[in-house]
Structure formats: structure tokens, C-alpha cells
Design a protein around this ligand. Structure first.
Ligand code: EPU
Length: 321
């Protein structure tokens, strides 16, 4: 058994762990996967292991960036924030609001990572993959990826079927700042020209204020997704909670799960060796020595409270294995 890296800092092992470094190497591995369980992981920043994994864990180390016009093709194994830093350093605009999100480039295309008013899907042009059932290559256009909030075809219909090898981002040299979300503006220095570098620094500072560093305290970022409820349901809750933050979205109204959890009194509270973070209730943390079952017990307790109080089932964003 081999240890599996995860940002929750939970001890978990797999029967087989494979780091591969090229598309060819991955294709060569495909026959050995047939008839056995396997999963593909990224930086381990969106995973909760509740037991050891009796199968193969695949991880991409494909790196490298190449530029063709405005298209930037990047290896799935590159660390996401190193890629964002590269874009800012090289005068490419668009991804700066997604600074400091943990994880790797491949996961950005599977998860449709998002923060501060921007989602990866806004800039993804195509996603190159290998079919883990046949070893065939396939390229998905942006629309074929069926993106929506934290969702893609790779998490739904084609879950577990494809490994992402390269993602091509379509970026701009001209900068259109996206500063509408929350407190970005109030974190910008006064009297300074707004550039992607300035916005990246502001986002890094906001994230560092709110979100725990997994190197210091195990966590997987947002543990839950923000629920989207019907307009009727929203208006019903708003009658009792006029201060409730919300966002109008296609198909209803999105309510921040962090707010719902805080209303239920969970912010900063612990259950065994797991806790709800004191500055952002959407994040569950490992207080030290927690196992996956401790985190899951806390998640269940939090979900139950939100369900009893608001009649909303908040769904984990993290993959639970
Ligand atoms: N809120 C509370 N209490 C809390 C947390 C939030 O009342 O404990 C309220 C805030 O006051 C604010 C609203 O909820 O009015 C939204 O909060 P925030 O801006 O922190 O964003 P979020 O909806 O809680 C989402 C993403 C984050 C991303 C931020 C910023 C999801 C699941 N999470 O959180 O993503 O950084 O927006 O864009 O959509 C991640 O995925 O790991 C992650 C951190």
C-alpha cells in the first residue's frame, strides 16, 4: 500500500499509485486498469478519503506551457497557481481572479473552478483527454464539456471515463478587470493603476485572510457547494432573514452555504477532531489527527442542521471516497 497525498492531511493508502509524465505513458497504462478499480486525482485538494483505496490511483505529472496566438496549452499536472502566476507575468489577462486556488490544471477543467466572479469555463477553449477505457485520445470543446457551477461532463455522464492531459485556455492581452464580486475593490490599493498583477495580489490577500492554509491546517477549501433554490423558496426564507446574501442565477437563487451554516451556529465549532473554520463556515478543517470519518461525521451534522432549519440539502463539493 502507498500513501496518497491529500490537503486534508488524512492518512489514506492505495494498493497502487502511479505518477505518469506524458500522454504516451498514460496510454501505455490503460490496459493494466481494465477490470480493476481506479481513480484519477489532481493535487488532492478536493478529496476526502474515508478508507484506504483498494485500486489504482493515477496522478498526472504532465507539465509544460505552449503558446499559439491567444491560445495557451498547459499540461494537466501543472500546479494551478503556478500557471496563473505565469499568465500574469507574461501579460496574459483573465485568470488573475482565480489566483491561489489549490490544485492542478487538469482539475480546473474537471471542476470548473471558480472564485471572485470568474470561472475556468469562461476561458477554457478545449480539453485534451485520454479515454481510460480504450486508451484513445479525445478533444472536448468548451461546449462539449457541459460546464455549469462547479460541474462538467467529467463529473457527471463521463465520470471516471477520461483523464485530462492538456487544457487550452484562450486569454487576452487586453485587460478587462472583473471587480464586481464582494470585497475585491476594497482590497485594492488606492491611486494605483488596476492591472492583473494588482488584482492577483488583492485576491491572494483576501484568500489568505479568510481561508486556512492546508499546509498549516488540513482542509479542502469549500467543503460544500452553494445551493440554488427556487424563487419561491428563497422569498420564503428571506421573509425571516432579510439580511441573507444571495445571487440571482439561471434556474433560481444561489444562497451561500457558508451563511446557512453560520446561521445554524456551526462557525468555529468542532466535532471530535474536525471543525468548521472560524472565518469561512464553508470550509471544514482537520484539527490534527482527524480521519475521513471524523470529517464526514461533521459534514453530516452540519447538513442535518441546515436541512432542519432551512429545509435545504447542501451537497459536498469535495469527492468523498
Ligand atoms: N458568508 C457568511 N458566513 C461565512 C461565509 C460566508 O455569512 O462563514 C457569506 C459572506 O458574508 C458573503 C457570502 O456568504 O456574503 C459569500 O461568501 P464568500 O465571498 O466567502 O464566498 P462563498 O460563496 O462562501 C465561493 C466559493 C469559494 C470562492 C469564493 C469567492 C463555492 C463552493 N465556494 O465561496 O471557493 O473562493 O466564493 O469567490 O462556490 C473553493 O471552491 O474551495 C472556494 C474557496
Amino acid at each position: 500500500m502507498v500513501g496518497i497525498h491529500n490537503t486534508f492531511g488524512i492518512e489514506a493508502r492505495a494498493s497502487r499509485y502511479v505518477d505518469y509524465h506524458s500522454e504516451e505513458e498514460l496510454i501505455g497504462l490503460v490496459p493494466s486498469l481494465q477490470g480493476t478499480p481506479y481513480i484519477h486525482i489532481g493535487g488532492g485538494s478536493n478529496l476526502l478519503f474515508t478508507k484506504d483505496y483498494d485500486g489504482t490511483v493515477l496522478h498526472s505529472c504532465i507539465s509544460g506551457i505552449s503558446v499559439d496566438g491567444n491560445c495557451i496549452r498547459v499540461g494537466a499536472g501543472m500546479i494551478w497557481d503556478e500557471f496563473v502566476e505565469w499568465t500574469v507575468e507574461n501579460g496574459w489577462c483573465g485568470l488573475e481572479n482565480l489566483s491561489l486556488i489549490p490544485g492542478e490544471v487538469g482539475a480546473s477543467a474537471v471542476q470548473n473552478i471558480g472564485a471572485y466572479g470568474v470561472e475556468a469555463k469562461d476561458f477554457i477553449q478545449k480539453v485534451e483527454c485520454v479515454d481510460l477505457r480504450t486508451g484513445e485520445r479525445r478533444v472536448f470543446t468548451n461546449s462539449e464539456c457541459c460546464y455549469s457551477y462547479r460541474q462538467s461532463i467529467f463529473k457527471n455522464e463521463l465520470k471516471g471515463c477520461y483523464a485530462v492531459t492538456y487544457v487550452t485556455y484562450l486569454l487576452n492581452k487586453e485587460y478587462t478587470p472583473r471587480l464586481e464580486y464582494g470585497n475585491i475593490r476594497s482590497n485594492l490599493p488606492e491611486g494605483v493603476e488596476i492591472t492583473p498583477r494588482v488584482v492577483r495580489d488583492a485576491i491572494i490577500s483576501i484568500r489568505n485572510q479568510k481561508l486556512p492554509d492546508p499546509k498549516v491546517q488540513g482542509n479542502a477549501g469549500s467543503f460544500f457547494m452553494n445551493p440554488v433554490v427556487s424563487r419561491e423558496k428563497f422569498l420564503e426564507i428571506q421573509k425571516d432573514y432579510p439580511q441573507m446574501p444571495f445571487y440571482e442565477v439561471d434556474g433560481g437563487v444561489k444562497i451561500p452555504a457558508g451563511w446557512l451554516i453560520e446561521q445554524c451556529g456551526w462557525k468555529g465549532k468542532s466535532l471530535g477532531r474536525a471543525a468548521v473554520h472560524s472565518r469561512q463556515a464553508l470550509v471544514l478543517v482537520n484539527l490534527g489527527g482527524a480521519d475521513g470519518k471524523d470529517i464526514l461525521a461533521l459534514s453530516d451534522a452540519v447538513r442535518k442542521s441546515v436541512s432542519v432549519r432551512f429545509d435545504i440539502d447542501i451537497k459536498p463539493e469535495v469527492n468523498i471516497l
